[in-house]
Design a binder for this molecule. Structure first.
Ligand code: SF4
Length: 328
């Protein structure tokens, strides 16, 4: 690991000033991704600015909704009564991720900003455009069972690993940002990028910007939401495919729906085509399957991950069926 200096920020303005003032400075949350990447030589910050003491509350908002501070640990979010009762998909997504020890350390801001990556990214001997731009991507013709089927590019076929973000994207979460040029908000769906020809850039963050919180809007249908994760083993594994969904059915018809997928793209994937296909349709298995087909129309498999297309369709249909009252 390269030498680096360490600072602890007293407040948000101080943190931004520290990172802005020092080239090669990065914010540090729980360190469960960044420190790993530093050990492997994938990241070489010269200064770490610890922001874990900032924005550590979960607050009710006046119009309903919750504002979750970026420094809140993942475990605390999953255990929060308001999250469990009003946004159960989020609690379930968090509890399906990583391990108990990692969830105790990881912060909300850090989880959102963990790198999109694959195993080749960690391997110094591999060609990886994300690690070293312009060197190629060994995953494209390599072992690519866990890689993307939607929105990928010849430059990078990695998937975003967060479970939490899939639920947040489905639940219309908005990210609160502060930076050298002031504060702004951004829908979480717009924060993460598809790889295009710049896969080394994961997000639309501007230089020096700090995530201070993630806001969940008042969303009554979210009380009927869930998260389903399909993976190779029962714990501590990234999703092959995951589904976050919220469903409102009235008189047998889909009145409203939110749907997002994980494990399929460089970013948490809001399933807008499926949502559009479902609204106003009968809440039946046939409708759920048709919506899944619509979402996966543009899926492009790699050599080893063609199974993900059918897996995603079945996972979508089963999750919606569960919310509609099926016993699957
Ligand atoms: Fe690197 Fe992306 Fe290719 Fe993986 S898929 S080797 S992260 S460029």
């Amino acid at each position: 690991m390269n030498p680096f200096s360490f600072e602890r920020a007293a407040d948000v303005a101080g943190a931004i000033n520290l990172v802005h003032a020092k080239a090669g400075a990065k914010y540090l949350g729980g360190g469960t991704n960044l420190v790993d990447l530093m050990r492997e030589g994938c990241e070489r910050p010269e200064t770490l600015v610890d922001v874990t003491a900032l924005s550590t509350a979960i607050e009710d908002r006046d119009g309903g909704g919750l504002l979750i501070g970026a420094g809140v640990r993942n475990t605390a979010v999953a255990e929060h009564r308001g999250v469990r009762t009003r946004y159960p998909a989020l609690a379930r997504a968090i509890l399906s991720g990583a391990s108990g020890q990692i969830r105790n350390m990881a912060t909300v801001g850090g989880n959102v900003l963990q790198r999109t990556r694959c195993t080749y990214f960690y391997d110094e001997a591999a060609h990886c455009n994300k690690r070293e731009p312009g060197t190629g991507c060994d995953a494209v013709d390599g072992f690519n069972r866990i890689h993307a089927i939607l929105g990928a590019s010849p430059s990078c076929v990695a998937t975003h690993p967060s479970d939490m973000c899939v639920a947040l994207v489905a639940l219309d979460a908005v990210v609160h940002l502060e930076g050298p040029n002031g504060a702004r908000t951004l829908p979480l769906t717009d924060l993460h990028r598809l790889p295009g020809d710049r896969p080394e850039i994961d997000t639309e963050l501007r230089p020096g910007e700090l995530i201070t919180g993630v806001e969940l809007p008042e969303l009554p249908l979210a009380q009927r939401s869930t998260y389903r994760k399909v993976r190779d083993r029962a714990s501590y594994a990234f999703a092959l495919v995951s589904v976050a969904a919220a469903l409102e059915v009235e008189n047998g018809t889909v009145k409203d729906v939110r749907l997002a997928l994980g494990g399929v793209a460089h970013k948490p994937w809001r399933a807008a085509k499926a949502e559009a296909a479902l609204k106003g349709q009968p809440a039946t298995e046939a409708s759920f399957r048709a919506a899944a087909e619509a979402e996966l129309t543009d899926a492009k498999p790699l050599r080893d991950n063609g199974f993900k297309i059918e897996l995603a369709k079945r996972a979508i249909a089963a999750t919606l069926g569960e919310l509609a009252g099926d016993k699957r």
